[in-house]
Design a protein around this ligand. Structure first.
Ligand code: SF4
Length: 220
């Protein structure tokens, strides 16, 4: 499999980043079990000149951790990329592999935690330890004014990196948080299989988040 290059390569952690011992041990196990998988910190994906930053949680085992591209190859990616396509934020055809011709236009996806956590649950310390990478990546972008956080953990990391205050900025689907410098964060329930299957997040609810982002951009 060809792996996707990062649009902001200087900001990515090294492939053998040693900072989170539990995640390193899990990564090493998977490198033995699945030597053809990415099994490394997952790079950002999208447009280095994005106006919209999408903050995800962490790679999924059979998605980004396997393919090396955020949300690629797992259930969550289909809704995310379909929705981005509807709003002109993605072009090409998403085929669940980094070898497809999908491209993001004006948007970039960055995970709050770069390595796969067991059971999809990073510890608070792992989230904290990886945060400087998220911060460096957001700082490296030319002009993102609007952000979408997918789920509560991404929300918390994004608020901290963008200079907002927790717990004042409470997570809620479609909740909006204006940061001290004017940047705006919109929350969304994560587009996970669980949230979609339980009806917590519908396609309409997800589309409303990106419709709002475009509306804010037009009036900013
Ligand atoms: S989660 Fe982040 S800080 Fe931790 S090992 Fe991976 S890249 Fe390094």
């Amino acid at each position: 499999m060809e792996f996707a290059p990062s649009p902001i390569p200087a900001t990515e952690p090294p492939r053998d980043c040693p900072r989170c011992p539990r995640l390193v041990a899990f990564r090493e196990e998977l490198r033995v079990e699945y030597p053809d998988w990415w099994n490394s910190p997952v790079n950002a994906f999208g447009d280095a000149h994005a106006w919209l930053g999408i903050i995800g949680l962490a790679p999924g085992k059979h998605g980004a951790n396997r393919t090396g591209r955020p949300f690629t190859g797992d259930f969550a990616g289909q809704l995310l990329f379909d929705t981005l396509g509807k709003f002109g934020l993605a072009s090409g055809t998403y085929a669940a592999t980094p070898e497809d011709d999908l491209a993001l236009n004006g948007a970039i996806i960055i995970n709050a935690v770069k390595c796969l956590p067991p059971q999809n649950k990073p510890t608070p310390e792992e989230i904290r330890t990886c945060r400087p990478f998220l911060e460096g990546q957001i700082d490296a972008l030319a002009n993102p004014r609007i952000f979408v956080a997918l789920g509560q953990i991404a929300h918390q990391s994004a608020v901290k990196v963008l200079g907002g205050r927790l717990p004042k900025a409470k997570f809620g689907h479609l909740a909006e948080h204006r940061m001290p410098d004017g940047r705006i964060l919109i929350d969304s329930y994560h587009c996970s299989r669980y949230n979609q299957n339980t009806g917590r997040l519908t396609a309409d609810m997800f589309e409303a988040v990106f419709a709002r982002a475009l509306e804010l951009r037009a009036t900013a």
